[in-house]
Design a protein around this ligand. Structure first.
Ligand SMILES: *Cc1c(COP(=O)(O)O)cnc(C)c1O
Length: 377
């Protein structure tokens, strides 16, 4: 028997979350962001659940090739654009739309030979200071691109740094409005957080004009069932469903006496006699080593918590809440590290991530290659 650990990708949940994004932005088209191998889900596995999107957005040219190999003939967007001139050949061949965020990318395009002009997403640095043209230089970049025979339509694009938090999007929105006011073309601004929290806010000063959702939204994390602004709001609040379950089984139990210690460093000491379970999951599976005693976990769908340090191949969990509920546990009992248990109980990945001082994004992307993955409805 293989080691009892499994990741499950939930196709219906991907579909559901995508439709939630559409509800938030009913007039926009939706890029399903599938960078980082669909946030660790696997592009091939996520594809069926996400094929209702209007396009796929990603970074890696190889990932773009994989999406085309799946038979997708619709739009694909390279969110960071090309990295070197010859990448443009692949863009022409696979009809990839690409971001342009710097002068060097314009220069590459200007010498590129292509029969079909390219669809460009011209990125404005509205304050995040990663990619994009500074406000003072954006319009010149637009004019330069617009004059190139290699360029078809230009979509105006920016990315928010604080759509999930207190600072919000107002300052960046002002910059975007001011710089792009009279430029023609479609617009795209919103990631998951901006879509959930700000999609309906106006993008121009006319009452019936464009909204922040604009022409295209670009949700990633919400599609994968993690709340972009946890703990302010959880996935139940946003009506999102987990798309990845990490589950394992108990491979041992121990009955501890008061004062007995658990695991490396003996960091947990039993305050009274108690039963613990040993789970076939550790940091080499992608479960964060930083999760302290008390990190939530489900055993047979019942909420309990970890005790002691996370090891490479094992974690230990308190079985007392199950004993108290009169539920038998033993070797083989189902453990849900995050996602959905067989009983339907949900442990949001965000709660585990928060315990480790990180975000759901990092946990799903860090699912280890040694974990077998199964595709479910
Ligand atoms: C990753 C990314 C997104 C998606 O962000 P989420 O927070 O996962 O919704 C959108 N736009 C750009 C440019 C990105 O790089």
């Amino acid at each position: 028997m293989p080691r009892p650990i499994l990741a499950t990708i939930h196709t219906q949940a991907l579909r559901h979350n995508l439709s939630r994004m559409r509800e938030c932005a009913p007039d926009a088209r939706v890029w399903a962001v599938v960078k980082a191998n669909a946030y660790g889900h696997g592009i091939e596995r996520a594809f069926d659940g996400l094929r209702g999107a209007d396009g796929f957005a990603l970074l890696d040219l190889q990932e773009a090739e994989r999406v085309r190999e799946l038979g997708w003939r619709g739009p694909i967007l390279l969110l960071e654009g090309v990295f070197e001139a010859r990448d443009l050949e692949l863009c022409s061949r696979l009809q990839l739309w690409h971001t342009v965020h710097c002068d060097e990318q314009i220069a590459m395009l200007a010498t590129h030979k292509t029969h079909q002009p390219h669809r460009i997403f011209l990125k404005l640095n509205s304050g995040m200071n990663r990619l994009g043209f500074a406000p003072a230089r954006y319009r010149a970049a637009w004019a330069r691109l617009n004059a190139l025979p290699q360029v078809d339509e230009i979509t105006l694009m920016t990315h928010f740094s604080d759509a999930d938090g207190q600072a919000g999007i107002a300052a960046q929105l002002d910059v975007f409005k001011r710089v792009t006011a009279d430029l023609p073309g479609e617009r795209t601004l919103a990631n998951s957080a901006a879509t959930l929290r700000h999609a309906g806010e106006p993008l121009d000063d006319s009452a019936d004009g464009l909204r922040v959702a604009a022409d295209w939204i670009r949700p990633g994390i919400a599609v994968y069932g993690s709340s972009p602004d946890f703990p302010s709001h959880d996935i139940a609040h946003w009506r999102l469903q987990p798309t990845m379950t990490l589950s394992a089984r108990l491979i041992a139990t121990q009955d501890l006496q008061t004062g007995d210690c658990v695991g490396y460093g003996s960091s947990f000491r039993a305050p009274q006699p108690m039963r613990i379970g040993v789970v076939a999951c550790g940091y080499a599976d992608g479960y964060p080593r930083l999760c302290p005693t008390g990190t939530p976990v489900l055993v047979n769908g019942v909420r309990t918590h970890t005790v002691g340090r996370v090891s490479m191949d094992m974690i230990t969990v308190d079985l007392e809440p199950l004993a108290a509920a009169g539920m038998p546990t033993g070797i083989g009992s189902e453990v849900t590290l995050w996602g959905r248990s067989a009983s339907g109980a949900v442990l949001p990945i965000d709660e585990v991530a928060a315990a480790a001082g990180t975000v759901g994004y990092e946990l799903m992307c860090a699912l280890a290659p040694r974990v077998p993955v199964e595709l479910a409805d």
